[in-house]
Write a protein that binds this ligand. Structure first.
Ligand code: MTE
Ligand code: MO
Length: 387
């Protein structure tokens, strides 16, 4: 067999493979629409999480129901993970086009292909970094929230361009009569059909959800086999993100010299001992911790409302920075907006489910506020700074 004949045969089998139903425009369109919806929910909930963690000074987000962030962040992780098999199916569906020869046919085609780099690269980057973060694995060198945030904008831009180019194709293949105008050759015995591919991709997405969503959706708890965190495993029935020993705060709960210092913008300070905090009027609230990494868990917290602590210091409640005694690693401090402080459910908790806080949950005092990302539920609190 001569080389040209081999090349001809390779080309023929490539053409034959490309002719398959799973690789046609209708399959690519269906997967594109499903993936697009999943990406859109993931993008919006992700940007919402970013806004909550970086509230702009010009926008006071009302606190709203305590569970709201649990829903938005739960959707973020669920749609992100479900997008992984959907993206793989979509890439498989368009693979003959991705690998087609010649790689570039015209200047317009060249531009379309260059646009695929941020589109495919961006999708893979977002899903891979997100999944790694859920698994608490950081092989990348950059700070996750920053890379993941900017990656989202790159992917949004690339998706908009892709949409502008592909809406006509989706219309043609999925609009009325679409199925009729697209002709692919009949299926051979044992060949994967469009329906087969869609069922496999959808099934994989559903299975992944079933195996992981229980870390935040209570009724799916029993099927949570893949999630790195089970919401009910940890001291006092609650997972721990950073332990006291990792934060260098082991002794704080039992330290007789512990004080909560409240300071005002003009530098006035007032400090409280643990006994004084315990003697203040106590509030009890059932509030969830919603870790951005995907798990959430509810507990009943008792302590002093942030507003009460500020008033006890003789100051007017307003926006505060909450500082911890942590000496190592990130997330030592967080900011509370004025509307968060004026919400009496915003607590400096001394107790969890009736017991004094475990060291790993922030003993002796931790912030717990409604509708708030977990990274901002500061543990081992020792200062409130009014600004
Ligand atoms: N000082 C301090 N507080 C912190 C953290 C931290 O690293 N340092 N981690 C936060 C994160 S990411 C989460 S999800 C919650 C978890 O609270 P838990 O460990 O009590 O469940 O604590 C938050 N509070
Ligand atoms: Mo977290």
């Amino acid at each position: 067999m001569t080389l040209t004949r081999i090349a001809d045969q390779v080309e023929a089998s490539r053409a034959d493979a490309a002719d398959r139903e799973v690789h046609d425009a209708r399959t690519a369109s269906i997967l594109g629409v499903i993936l697009g919806v999943s990406f859109l929910i993931c993008f919006l909930t992700g940007m919402w999480s970013h806004l909550q963690q970086n509230p702009p000074s010009w926008l006071e987000i009302p606190i709203g129901p305590a569970w709201a962030y649990r829903v938005t962040q739960g959707l973020h992780i669920i749609t992100g993970l479900a997008s992984i098999p959907l993206l793989l199916a979509k890439l498989y569906s368009v693979s003959p086009k991705l690998l087609s020869r010649p790689p570039v046919r015209s200047p317009l085609h060249a531009m379309e292909r260059i646009g695929l780099l941020p589109l495919v690269g961006g999708s893979v980057f977002m899903l891979a970094t997100g999944a790694a973060n859920v698994a608490r694995w950081y092989p990348f060198k950059f700070f996750f929230p920053v890379g993941h945030f900017w990656g989202a904008w790159v992917l949004l831009g690339a998706t908009m361009i892709h949409l502008a180019l592909k809406v006509p194709v989706v219309r043609r293949t999925l609009g009325r009569g679409g199925a009729v105008t697209v002709t692919s050759r009949p299926l051979r015995l044992g060949e994967l059909s469009r329906r087969g591919l869609l069922v496999a991709a959808g099934g994989a997405a559903a299975l992944l959800t079933l195996l992981t969503a229980g870390q935040t959706v209570p009724f799916l708890k029993r099927t949570t086999l893949l999630a790195p965190r089970r919401p009910d495993i940890g001291p006092q029935g609650l997972p721990v993100n950073r332990t006291a020993s990792a934060a260098g705060t082991e002794g704080l709960g039992a330290d007789p010299s512990y004080r909560l210092v409240v300071s005002s913008a003009d530098g006035t300070e007032r400090s409280f001992t643990l006994a004084e905090l315990q003697a203040m009027s106590q509030r009890t609230e059932t509030l969830p911790i919603v870790c951005v990494e995907g798990w959430s868990a509810e507990a009943t917290w008792s302590g002093v409302s942030v507003a009460d602590a500020i008033r006890a210091a003789g100051m007017e409640p307003g926006p505060v920075t909450v500082r911890s005694a942590q000496t190592r690693g990130g997330y030592r401090n967080s900011d509370l907006t004025g509307s968060a402080v004026s919400d009496e459910r915003c607590l400096l908790a001394l107790r969890i489910n009736g017991e004094p806080l475990n060291a790993d949950h922030g003993a002796p005092l931790r912030l717990i506020a409604p509708n708030r990302p977990g990274v901002m539920q500061t543990k081992w609190v020792e200062r409130l700074e009014l600004s």
